[in-house]
Write a protein that binds this ligand. Structure first.
Ligand SMILES: [Zn+2]
Ligand SMILES: [Zn+2]
Length: 196
């Protein structure tokens, strides 16, 4: 268990954000067997489940609910920014992509290749993964509302216990379930307790 992913990471320093920028820990995603042949953004009904604030793959939903419960006990409320910021269908990701990116150069260095064309981030828009490339399309990512201050600190201190990790340094709100079949003990315990 030397490389146990739910042991506390020392890669970040949330304690002292003023002295240096916090580096969000990024753990690579392992997919569970249920998602091995999943088509991004086209998950089937048996791969999805309604959960706190939206819809996720059922394994990620277990982990998310366990983490929401633990946060609540610590006085921290975790909710997605919207239901659309949990699982996203390919259609909704594509619609959001077209809202944020355009074919005409904007001068913004953030570009994406989609449908064989180069797309430029519109002014004032937050970046977004190319449709089909987002972990939201796999039902394992959640954008947490107001991920700053004590809430963000709680996430950084605890998300690994529930198999979650950040992904992009510019998105403190975006976390995704990384542990695939290797369900973290805290999630196993939560699911068992819920089942009675
Ligand atoms: Zn699964
Ligand atoms: Zn996200």
């Amino acid at each position: 268990m030397a490389n146990s992913p739910w042991k506390k990471s020392t890669a970040h320093s949330a304690q002292n954000p003023k002295s240096k920028p916090v580096a969000y820990p990024v753990v690579p995603v392992k997919l569970c067997d249920h998602l091995k042949n999943a088509v991004p953004g086209k998950l089937t009904a048996d791969q999805l489940r309604k959960t706190v604030g939206g819809t996720l793959h059922h394994c990620a939903a277990d982990a998310w609910e366990a983490m929401v419960d633990a946060a609540q006990k610590a006085g921290i409320k975790l909710t997605p920014t919207s239901a659309g910021d949990t699982y996203r269908t390919l259609e909704s990701q594509t619609k959001a992509f077209f809202q944020r990116y355009q074919l005409e150069p904007t001068g913004n260095p953030d570009t994406r290749t989609f449908e064989g064309k180069k797309w430029y981030l519109k002014k004032g828009m937050a970046c977004l993964a190319t449709p089909g490339k987002s972990q939201h399309n796999m039902g394992i990512a959640v954008d947490v509302a107001t991920a700053s201050g004590p809430r963000l600190k709680w996430m950084l201190d605890n998300e690994h216990l529930y198999g979650f990790s950040h992904e992009v340094q510019s998105e403190p709100w975006h976390i995704r379930y990384t542990q695939g079949n290797q369900v973290p003990p805290a999630v196993v315990a939560f699911v068992a307790a819920k089942a009675g």
